[in-house]
Every structure is written in C-alpha cells, then in structure tokens.
Design a protein around this ligand. Structure first.
Ligand SMILES: Cc1ncc(COP(=O)(O)O)c(C=O)c1O
Length: 456
C-alpha cells in the first residue's frame, strides 16, 4: 500500500530527487547493471504504483503520464488485472505452449482475430516482447513471399534484436558498434507533416504522404529495390520513439495499394500505438487500412511481458519448427492480456479518445502561450509536443526538451522524451480530466521555468 493517500489529487515531492534510498539504488545499478539502457537524465526509483500514481522508494508520489513507456494501459496494478493474474498463477504458471496445449492460447488468439486490423481469418504467434513480435513478422514475410528485401522508414523504432535492429533507425546510438545490418533493409524518410522531408517534385499535390509513396515507387523501385524482390514494407502507423508522429491521411492506404500491386506484404508495427493508445483499438483503425501482419506488445498485458504477431491465416502456414518461443504466450501473461482487452473494450479505449482529446486541447492552449512549442500532434493518449527555438524557424531545441522533462519530474510529473526534441504523453488509459488539469498545470510551470533558465 502506498504510504501516502492511495489516490492523491496531486503529486507529493518530499525529498531531493532521487532521495537517499533512491540514490543508493541508482549507485548499485550503475555498478552491476548494463549501462546500455537509454535512461533519461532524471532518475525515478519506483517502489509501488496504483492507477496513475507512482511512489518512489523515498515516499515521493508522482503522476505518471508515461505508463512505463506506454505499457500500463489499464493503469498500475488495476485490481481486476491483479486478480486475473493471481487466479492464473494459482492454477498454471507455465506449460510451454510450443509443445503442449492450454486453453488460454486459442482464447487470446481468437480475441485478437476479432479486433486486429488484419483481414480475417488470422493466426497468432505469441512471444514476449515487441522486438520478438517484429522478428516473427520478418521471418514470416520472408517465408511467405520467398523474398528478402524490406522497406522501412527513418525515425522508426522496431526493436533492438538483430533483425528488428535492421529496421530501427531513430538514433545512431542504437546502431553504433553493430556493423552491417543483418537484413537487407532500405530506409525511406517518414512522411512527417511538420517537417516534410520531400521536395515539391516528389509530393505532387499530396504533401508528405504522397512524397514518401513517390519516393518508393519512383526512386527505390526503379533503382536499388526492385519491387519483385521486396518481401514487406514495415511501418508504424504513428511513429513512436521517432517523436510521436502520426502517418498523414492517405499514406497507409497508398502503401496498401503499392503492396497489393507488387505482391509485397504490409507489416504494421502497432507495438506502441496499439491496444487503445490512440483512442481506437489500433492506430490503423483511424486510417481504415488493413495490414497483412500486425505486431503487438507493450499495452497488451498491462505490464506482463507479451508480444504477438497476428497475420492473415493464409500467410501463417509455416510448418512445425519454423518459429516458436518457450515462454511466449505464457498462461499468466495471457490471463492479464484477456482482462486488459476486456477493460479496454468496456471503457478505456473510449476514455483514451475522450480524455486524450481533452489533454490535446490543453496542450494546444499551452502552444498559444509558448513560442517554443512548435507542434502538438497525435491521437487519443499518444500525443507529442515538439520543442523548437522559435516557431517560425522550427529549429529543434533538444536541450529545452530535456530541461522540460527534468523540470516536470522535479514537480512530480513523469513524462519522457521521444525523438530529438519531442515530449511524449503516453499516460495510462484510465487518466481522468482531473488528472489532466493537474498534469497541464505542472507542465506549464515546467516549461516556464525551463524557458527562464535558458534566458538566465
Ligand atoms: C513501435 C515499436 N516496435 C517495437 C518496439 C520494441 O519493443 P520491445 O522493447 O518490447 O522489444 C518498440 C519499443 O519501444 C516500439 O515502440
């Protein structure tokens, strides 16, 4: 139980951050844990959490607008999720679904068949993380098409294992030291409407989305990447780690058309944007597009490790032994996922749309106050605020972004950066309007203090 009120109205910061107990843990971590984790400059040392509130080891209480990086979709330790996990743990923890059967696997696969943006019937392969869901998708695409090339987008993040790393391109730090990429992937600029990377010639009258489609058809296909050698195009419907950038209208439909014309598979990575985060169950649903393969993880099981690759059943016809995972689709994780989906369908997808809209309007209001906010964008509770030196030049201001992140934390609001100069808002989908008012007040103060610090 939290030592403070279980549901305080505001964060409660009592010590320097981190406090003495927190500092000791950070020091031990620095000694024994890999330094490769990309931790931000503030240090949160969590002890317990409930709903939208996180208490650290020194008794400070934070309002969480990051949800463990878009994972705790139903809030921390939702009582119904906790009960579902506890009940399952008492019955069956592990049996290895690759060799034996248990009812949870078909139960969740059947539920996913009902809700994913893929033409039915589908089949599901279960794994433990986002990167594994992507690895499955890559292997399946190669297996189903007999082709080896992939097209992905700059700014994308699909994971850090060697296959998915070949797609990932949101920062050099993810790549440096690992030499040549394992797979044959060519990258295309992502159609970021705020920073359109294409020339007018590429775009026709269609803006960034048209530019990216034209780049693929008129440059790649005619030079380095003949379409008949491409297994799949892999895309995030809303770029996550790249800065919370939604695909422009018409872009995914354009990719669908290109794929259909050339027998290429469309893999949509919904690891971050899925499971209600954007105010619909999947981001693809906003664009009325169906993928051939969808990758899911993060929010699907409220914090237990679960990845799922859902594909058209006719594609997933590989033979026993082609792909499997000892822990993937563990019954405890599935129990949590089934309860999570029940809660999402019951109320949380709708809350994500409604309260996310309220949050977005509040952020847009802050944009009228601060010239350093260049862009507010996103869908549902997947919102990005991009910081610039001034709005007219749109020059990125990563230092200011970092200062705002730290200043928010010092005031008890957990937010995390995405991309070079954007703050992402990815709160638990239970966030209320009252929580939003508190968060926006803190964010306003944090921006004000960070801008003044820059001027001083
Ligand atoms: C879109 C996307 N795909 C894949 C991944 C990798 O997921 P994991 O860290 O669970 O391997 C992430 C993680 O941030 C992601 O945002």
């Amino acid at each position: 139980m939290m030592s403070t009120a279980i549901a305080p109205k505001k964060p409660q910061i009592k010590t320097a951050l981190p406090g003495p107990k927190g500092r000791a843990i950070v020091e031990a971590d620095a000694k024994f844990v890999t330094p490769s984790y990309p931790r931000p400059s503030f240090k949160l040392v969590a002890e317990r959490a409930k709903g939208v509130w996180v208490e650290d080891v020194d008794g400070n209480v934070f309002l969480d607008c990051n949800a463990g990086v878009a994972v705790c979709s139903t809030g921390h330790c939702h009582p119904e999720v906790v009960r579902a996990i506890q009940d399952q743990v008492a019955e069956l923890i592990h049996m290895c679904g690759t060799d034996y059967y248990y009812r949870q696997m078909p139960d969740l696969a059947k539920k996913l068949d009902e809700i994913v943006p893929v033409s039915r019937p589908t089949r599901t392969h279960f794994a433990n993380s986002g990167t594994e869901a992507v690895e499955t998708a890559l292997k399946l695409a190669m297996h189903a098409t007999g082709r080896e090339k992939f097209i992905a987008f700059f700014g994308s993040f699909h994971g850090r294992t060697l296959g998915s790393l070949s797609l990932t391109s949101s920062r050099a730090a993810q790549r440096v030291g690992f030499k040549r990429q394992a797979l044959d992937v060519v990258h295309v600029p992502y159609p970021n409407e705020y920073r359109n990377p294409f020339s007018a010639e590429d775009c026709g009258n269609g803006g960034a989305g048209e530019g990216a489609l034209s780049w693929i058809e008129n440059r790649l296909f005619k030079t380095t990447t003949p379409p008949e050698e491409v297994a799949a195009i892999v895309v995030e419907a809303v770029q996550g780690e790249g800065g919370y950038v939604p695909a422009p209208e018409g872009f995914l439909k354009g990719l669908r058309r290109i794929c259909d014309e050339h027998g290429i598979l469309l893999i949509v990575d919904e690891v971050q944007s899925g499971m209600g985060r954007t105010g619909k169950m999947f981001a693809c649903d906003h664009y009325d597009v169906k993928a051939d393969i969808v990758c899911i993880a993060k929010g699907i099981a409220s914090g237990l490790p679960m990845g799922a690759c859902v594909a058209r059943a006719d594609l997933m016809d590989w033979k026993p032994g082609a792909h499997a995972s000892t822990f993937g689709g563990n019954p405890v994780c599935i129990a949590s996922a089934l309860k999570t989906i029940e809660l999402l369908e019951r109320e949380l997808v709708a809350n994500s749309a409604e309260v996310g809209g309220y949050l977005k309007r509040g952020l847009e209001k802050l944009m009228t106050k601060y010239d350093c906010i260049g862009d507010v964008r996103g869908l549902g509770m997947m919102l990005g605020v991009e910081f610039v030196k001034e709005r007219t030049t749109r020059t990125p201001d990563p230092d200011l972004r970092d200062r705002v992140e730290v200043a928010s934390f010092e005031r008890g609001l957990i937010l995390l950066g995405a991309g070079a100069n954007t703050i992402r808002w990815s709160p638990p989908l239970i966030l209320s309007k009252e929580n939003v008012d508190v968060a926006l007040e803190i964010f306003d103060e944090a921006i004000n203090a960070s801008v003044s610090e820059a001027r001083a």
